[in-house]
Design a protein around this ligand. Structure first.
Ligand code: ATP
Length: 381
């Protein structure tokens, strides 16, 4: 198979102790790809195989035109330009923060845009930390320094293994915006391991859904979140993530109108100038359905959109998760609704009908949506 400059192709098959790994996926060599799945499904093992730290003989890894493993070819870990960020930042306490950052700093790879020390300090908000003793940094600050150090090694690929899981909620919220900025400002592909779906929704463009050592599904985040065949839509916190663009302001009420494929939504936020792109998160529990749109004078819900019902799944004893596509003809973006089984029956709802989704809450996820993709994402299996 010819390596493609815009893709990462990975495939690892083998047995480790009693664990069988058979994970194959092809993802874009841009943006953030999340490896998501339950504890013990093999996420860390895949990352270790990608770094060359675990060697399975039946393995393939191509990052664009670079072949790191294929057949007899195996580039040893120290020859792979990889940045690796672990759960716990392992800084050297006796080194200053700048020296920790410079540890492992490599020269720029041929043709790559260099990541400069000052850029890393700026991107990760490290200026205030440079004079502080390393040993007194908080968990979140240590992790930011560890990410900076990984970036200064001029990686071709950044591997992040649950980088926020050892942090408390406050430190997580502090560090997430930095990760979002990295995503937008650097062109280093990131493989991000997490079992926190909220983190994945904020950061990922592409999702590799893992279970029992296999990549069960691979594709754009929003498509997989609303796929009836996958378990994501049945999670209690199921949500859909949509790319949106600001099209109008209502400054008198502090509202903005954003366009998503197949509809428009009003968001209560300072969403930036017309044309600004955002990622929206709409939780299934915040979406209800109605056969007729309520008269504007009768309802406080601002967002009522025509949707086509694609399917429905019983969820627990009393609820139904409804799979929708925006627009009268169902050609827009996917959306999830969660309603009671009683409402589903009383309204006589069925797949193929066009109804109205009433959206109670829309959250702007704090980062611009990526430009519309120019490449197609899919599983290579
Ligand atoms: N070298 C090894 N020898 C034996 N078993 C191994 C080895 N490496 C990994 N395993 C086993 O493979 C399984 C997957 O582990 P892994 O750490 O990749 O899962 P994970 O999805 O990252 O889990 P978590 O989310 O809990 O970190 C585990 O059962 C682990 O014990």
């Amino acid at each position: 198979m010819t390596p493609r400059p815009d893709r990462i192709t990975a495939g690892f098959t083998g047995r480790l102790g009693t664990f069988d790994l058979n994970a194959r996926f092809e993802v874009p060599a841009t943006g953030v790809t999340a490896l998501f799945g339950p504890s013990g499904c093999g996420k860390t093992t895949v990352l270790r195989c990608m770094a060359g730290l675990t060697r399975l003989n039946d393995g393939v890894l191509r990052i664009g035109a670079d072949v790191w493993q294929d057949g007899a070819r195996f580039v040893p870990p120290h020859r792979r330009p990889i940045g690796y960020v672990f759960q716990e930042a392992s800084l050297f306490p006796h080194l200053s923060v700048p020296n920790n950052l410079r540890y492992g700093q490599r020269r720029t790879r041929n043709g790559a845009r260099p990541v400069a020390f000052d850029d890393v300090v700026d991107l990760l908000g490290l200026a205030r930390l440079l004079d502080r003793p390393t040993a007194v940094l908080s968990g979140g600050e240590r992790q930011r320094v560890a990410i900076g150090r990984a970036l200064l090694s001029q990686p071709r690929l950044l591997l992040m293994d649950e980088p926020l899981s050892a942090l408390d909620r406050f430190s997580k919220d502090e560090i997430l915006p930095y990760l979002e900025t990295l995503h937008d400002r650097l062109d280093i592909p990131v493989l991000y391991v997490s079992h926190d779906i909220a983190e994945v929704e904020r950061l990922a463009d592409t999702l590799v859904l893992m279970d029992h050592g296999r990549a069960e599904a691979v594709g754009p985040l929003s498509a997989l979140m609303a796929d009836p065949a996958l378990p994501l839509a049945r999670l209690p916190e199921a949500a859909e993530v949509l790319d949106a663009e600001v099209v109008e302001h209502d400054s008198a009420y502090g509202l903005a109108t954003v366009a998503v494929p197949g509809g428009r939504l009003i968001v209560p936020a300072d969403a930036g100038a017309v044309g600004t792109r955002h990622r929206l998160r709409i939780v299934a529990n915040d979406v209800s359905l109605s056969r007729q749109p309520p008269a504007a004078a009768d309802s406080s819900i601002l967002n009522v959109l025509p949707v086509r019902i694609i399917g429905a799944e019983p969820t627990g004893a009393h609820l139904v998760t409804v799979f929708l596509l925006l627009g009268h003809d169902g050609t827009g973006a996917p959306l999830l609704a969660r309603i009671t089984r009683k409402s589903w029956d009383m309204l006589g709802l069925a797949a193929g009908q066009t109804v109205h989704a009433m959206v109670k809450g829309v959250a702007l996820v704090d980062r611009p949506a990526p430009e519309p993709p120019t490449t197609h994402t899919g599983d290579s299996r």
